[in-house]
Write a protein that binds this ligand. Structure first.
Ligand SMILES: Nc1nc2c(ncn2[C@@H]2O[C@H](COP(=O)(O)OP(=O)(O)OP(=O)(O)O)[C@@H](O)[C@H]2O)c(=O)[nH]1
Ligand SMILES: [Mg+2]
Length: 638
């Protein structure tokens, strides 16, 4: 029988702000540990295995892998390093939180030029709260604009600041001792790390990542696990395979887990009450590199995958049937943004290339999503075929919609809203602390954008040549349609990042858009003639030949009022000459709205029709006269 008793473990999560190089570093760690065969073609960022992850170039789900270093443990034992790669985008913060429940320490990557940014603060704060040791690694030292020493100081200052704000005194003390740990300098892309500063713009003077492996081994504690104790293993992630069904990723905290074993399965219900049943581990797997392979036994301290329990959930404990002890539930930060998702109710439903159209299918899919996605919540609405879905941010929700769209769903998606709360009788909304870096020439424009969104400036400082960093506190509501405007106004130069600043009293009205919608007043086919005639009214999202319907938003106006137009009008042909003359008119190219843009642009009384082949913006109330009446009623009510 295979045994793990002659191996040593270290469990580590790689955390950082978005794009600071986590996945690239994990690639290099895998490559240098022989995880890929000699002649195997390896894609870059192998851990970003999801389709959307590859397209967007970001990590969305936390994933674990394992690296075996032969003879690198005590007395020549093998060392197994379980590595959790986490996402850096703020919307997927829940993934980081649950990733931390698997590990005994973290490597905090900080980009050598950008320095600590909002998500650096978030992940570092979470690691310190969990009393985990943090190894600071300044990454991308090769960047020509690197400023390594400054970045080290900024990161250590951030660590001290966060340590002093911890309520738990033991955690605060533990945090301060972290400053004595060695700082690593790395270029993940070059696969090199060292404890010596290579100088700005240089690759570390090392052969490989050995220095990183050494520091990991020395600094991270050996999992404090009692191999001979009763079994306690907690489910920290879920996956599925067509062959094995649901797979639970578990961290074994005590005892050992064997293939075929009967265990006590402790499951928390929605009220947080534990229920215990017995279950059998039909398959037990260990991950090495990107491969999962069957194994007979996994001991305390390790991370493994189990199959055989179809209703397994994140946070569940697998325990000794004679002595069932439950781990506490995994709790993550609350969602701040919500929107409705329902069946496609447009007159063109079913013609967008989808085959999953019914309320029953949408409901089942949303329920399935809840199983693996701890940051999401789903609730009922007034309509039986629409649900309210809450997530951390717009991106988290748009990723869900995009995934469903690719699976063949046709949907109606409402405008993203903030999740409000009543605190001490007062209506409150989520706020964000926003850090904006921009060339000074756009400072005025940014100030204006933030003023419209009820942002309060907290600080402003010049840094580098002609760059300014502005910090704001702003209602999350103001950020829903922020990104496109911000990038346009700063000509693509601005960088904006934010983290949650908690709930504060409702900030009053924020005007969500300065342009109105051009709305189709009838069903039919969009014509070249109509588009040419109406060209001066605004910018269009449609092209000749496309289908339209009453209430379909076909463009945006130059002023802030909606207009209804006949976009299907045909020219009466009087003679051949004028017909050929028309054909020479060139139309401005239609603006093709992506799902994210449509969600961002969507006005209060609008929603988005989503299907595999199309994304259309539309009015919630399609009929023009009913819409007029509703508008009138809303005005009367103030
Ligand atoms: N110059 C330089 N660029 C790097 C280095 N490591 C990664 N990059 C680049 O940085 C970008 C982001 O790399 P990723 O590894 O995807 O970053 P990440 O932290 O995993 O990003 P998220 O998972 O989305 O938070 C890519 O374009 C990489 O090629 C490095 O050592 N030096
Ligand atoms: Mg990544």
């Amino acid at each position: 029988m295979q045994s793990e008793l002659d191996t040593e473990f270290r469990n580590v999560a790689i955390v950082a702000h978005v794009d600071h190089g986590k996945t690239t570093l994990v690639d290099a760690m895998l490559r240098q540990s022989g995880a890929f065969g000699d002649h195997e073609e390896v894609v870059d960022r192998v851990m970003d295995s999801g389709d959307l992850e590859r397209e967007k170039g970001i990590t969305i789900l936390a994933k674990n892998t394992s690296i075996r270093r032969k003879g690198a443990g005590k007395d020549g034992k093998d060392l197994i390093i379980n590595v959790v790669d986490t996402p850096g985008h703020a919307d997927f913060g829940g993934e980081v939180e649950r990733g931390l429940s698997m590990v005994d320490g973290v490597v905090l990557l900080v980009d050598a030029a950008e320095g600590p940014l909002p998500q650096t603060r978030f992940v570092l704060g979470k690691a310190l709260e969990a009393k985990l040791p943090v190894i600071i690694a300044v990454n991308k030292t090769d960047r020509p604009d690197a400023r390594i020493d400054e970045v080290v100081t900024e990161t250590q200052d951030l660590l001290l600041e966060l340590a002093s704000s911890l309520e738990d005194e033991a955690a605060a003390e533990a945090a301060e001792t972290l400053l004595d740990l060695p700082v690593l300098y790395a270029s993940g892309r070059a696969g090199k790390a060292s404890t010596t500063n290579p100088g700005d713009g240089n690759v570390p003077d090392a052969f490989d990542l050995q220095a990183l492996f050494d520091v990991l081994y020395e600094v991270l504690p050996e999992p404090s696990a009692d191999v001979n104790g009763p079994l306690i293993a907690q489910v920290t992630n879920l996956d599925s395979s067509s062959f094995l069904g649901r797979i639970g990723i578990v961290r074994v905290h005590s005892g050992s887990l064997k293939k075929g074993q009967k265990v006590a399965w402790i499951h928390y219900d929605s009220e947080g009450k534990p229920h215990t049943k017995t279950a059998k581990i039909s398959e037990l797997l260990r991950t090495t590199g990107m491969e999962r392979a069957s194994t007979d036994e996994v001991i305390a301290g390790d991370i493994a995958s189990v199959a055989g329990i179809d209703e397994l959930m994140i946070g569940d404990t697998l325990a000794d049937p004679d002595n069932p002890q439950a781990m506490p539930r995994i709790i993550v930060d609350e969602p701040a943004i919500s929107m409705t998702i329902g069946v496609n109710t447009s007159p063109l439903a079913g013609k967008g290339g989808g085959d999953k159209l019914t309320a029953r299918m949408v409901k089942a899919r949303l329920e399935q999503e809840l199983i693996g996605n701890v940051s999401l919540r789903v609730g009922p609405t007034e309509r039986p075929d629409f649900w309210e879905v809450q997530g951390r941010g717009e991106m988290a929700l748009s990723v869900l919609v995009e995934t469903m769209r690719r699976e063949g769903f046709e949907l109606t998606v409402g405008k993203p809203q903030v999740v409000t709360k009543t605190i001490d009788g007062q209506l409150c909304e989520p706020f964000e602390h926003m850090v904006i870096d921009t060339p000074t020439e756009f400072q005025g424009a940014v100030t204006q954008i933030m003023a419209v969104r009820k942002g309060t400036m907290l600080s402003m400082a010049n840094h580098g040549d002609n760059w300014v960093r502005m910090e704001y506190e702003v209602p999350a509501r103001g950020l829903i349609n922020f990104r496109t405007t911000f990038l346009t106004e700063t000509k693509g130069n601005g960088i904006a990042n934010s983290y949650s600043a908690g709930y504060k009293p409702w900030a009053g009205e924020i005007k969500d858009r300065t342009t109105g919608s051009i709305v189709s007043d009838r069903a039919g086919q969009v014509t070249q003639y109509a588009l040419t005639q109406l060209a001066d009214r605004g910018t269009y999202f449609v092209e000749p030949g496309q289908q339209t319907y009453e209430g379909h938003v076909v463009g945006m106006t130059n002023h802030d009022e909606d207009i209804d137009v006949n976009i299907t009008r045909e020219k009466k042909l009087t003679n051949m000459r004028s017909a050929t003359a028309d054909a020479t008119v060139t139309l401005a190219k239609a603006m093709n709205l992506s799902l994210d843009e449509a969600m961002e642009y969507c006005a209060q009384d609008e929603c988005v029709e989503v299907a595999p082949d199309i994304v259309r913006l539309r009015k919630v109330i399609l009929n023009a006269s009913e819409r007029g009446k509703a508008r009138h009623r809303a005005k009367m009510q103030g």
